[in-house]
Design a protein around this ligand. Sequence first.
Ligand code: NAD
Ligand code: UDP
Length: 332
Amino acid sequence: MRVVITGAAGFLGSHLSERFLRDGHEVIGVDNFVTGSPANVESFADHDGFRVIESDVSASIPVDVKVDGVLHFASPASPIDYYELPIETLKVGSYGTHNALELARLNGARFFMASTSEVYGDPTEHPQRESYWGNVSSVGPRSVYDEAKRYAEAATMAYHRHHKLDTRIVRIFNTYGPRMRPHDGRVVTNFIVQALTGEPLSLYGDGSQTRSFCYVDDEIEGIYQLFMRGDAQPMNIGNPDEFTVRQLAEIVLELTGSSSPLAFQPLPTDDPKVRRPDITRARTMLGWEPQVPVREGIARTIEYFRSLLAAPRLGAKVGTRTMQFPSVGSGS
Ligand code: NAD
Ligand code: UDP
């Protein structure tokens, strides 16, 4: 197959590109490097089956060869990124999704939408099944991301129903691992980099909110299997092992051997209090479930950041980024 992967120079897009190449497929990556980097595809940039085109997919996806699949992964994904890039995030979820859907339609190709557990918002059902409609603010600071992804899901289903397009929707739950940026701002990278550099761990709220963290290799395998063997209904792909953010901080401190203190900061507005996927559908349809326990995945990620910090990429930002915005209840 020849597939287009938007966002191929990002964390997940680069791993997914490699997964397709490993099975002998051809990959055309399209990325504008707004949150990704050519360094993420450096190790396979010379592969005969791979090339990357620089383009803002909200404007156009300049691919003029026949393709069999279009996988839409382009979008800022870290909360700090989509706070800083609100309009770009809305555009890539709307215009970008339409451009990717049209490319798939014109080629009679399979379309794959990278959606998110954020479509469930601050969930009132726990764990979250795909049938849950969610609890999402349409005006809060997270809405630029959450509503763009919900819109993208609606657009995907409309193309499926109206144009009979072969489509997939994955709802990705918090995924971590090598190739995340040190200054990405998400919790796993912040805690690991802070622990390794002796900085205080930035804990938002009292740390009792939960997330379920999936190691990247597991997530990519689930996504790949869904693309190859799934159906059009949304599917959760994530690790159902649930941890409080405070527990995560303790695991990182233990595995790094760091004595960094905890520094409590305000909880961001609309931060979901719990999140855990019900993966019954993935288990039943794909026979997929995560293989890498959190402690092992975190240990591998620590090793990645240890070597990155020892030899930073030329020009790379190595510090962490933490939220600098109003806390709960400000309404702004
Ligand atoms: P990332 O920021 O590392 O990668 C996103 C990539 O998209 C980057 O390379 C960026 O440059 C590119 N991009 C963004 N806007 C673009 C545009 N307009 N045109 C072209 N390229 C553009 O983030 P990630 O964690 O790899 O996330 C990838 C996808 O998976 C996103 O769609 C995200 O919403 C989804 N997702 C990720 C997670 C996670 O835990 N990592 C969870 C849920 C959903
Ligand atoms: N978080 C934290 N400290 C950080 C970054 C995040 O305590 O430095 C918390 C955040 O408030 C949320 C959880 O960790 O409850 C996961 O945040 P992340 O930004 O990784 O992803 P989210 O699940 O919110 O999209």
